[in-house]
Design a protein around this ligand. Sequence first.
Ligand SMILES: [Zn+2]
Length: 240
Amino acid sequence: MVKPFLQALKSGLKNVYDVILPRNCINCEIKLKKDEQYLCNSCFQKLILLKTHISDESISPDKYYTKAYSAFKYDDVSKECIHFFKYLSHTKMSDYLAYLAFDISGLELNTKYDYLIPVPLYKTRLRERGYNQAVLLANSFSKKLNIPVSTKIIYRSRHTDTQTQKSHEERKTNVKNAFKLHKTAEVKGKKFLLVDDVITTGSTMNSIAKLLKENKAKRIDLISFTWATTFTHQNHKNKS
Ligand SMILES: [Zn+2]
């Protein structure tokens, strides 16, 4: 009786350990080497760098943010990272993703942001998931950048459908007026860095930026781990 119990306990502990820090590559599942985290080197190399900030007017002519920083193109491997982080409750992964995004996105540190603002979830979604992945990422960025996180400036005032299958125009309509300012929020003259795990077209972030700008915010930039853009590092090679 003791042996099966010990075995169960052992495998239980192993599973717990794997949740805290998986020892197999989350993409190809081979065993990780000591110096690898989450991804083996070969899968890590498959991440497509965005490298430089994306601030082209052509992406969104009616944009309210100044610069958008993102580390990797949203494709197979980065998608796997986000899935692992977001839906399997691997909340410990936020430091890994945030530090990579910080290192690779080329975030310029000369802008003195007043607050990091994680993109809020609607309250029912938050209850379902138990955490907001953007808040976890913002907290990880905060440790690195020494800028406070605020969840008291904006909130999501209604449920919005997932943006995944929508066209650019549909996304804009979907998130229109979905965010509101908290009554006590002080926005005037402030600089904000909005944080999310994935930027798709930027419509969600842009609608928040619009709200902040309309309330006299001085500057809004965006940062994310990954962006579903066609503008990869190659497209940006003439920029710095
Ligand atoms: Zn791998």
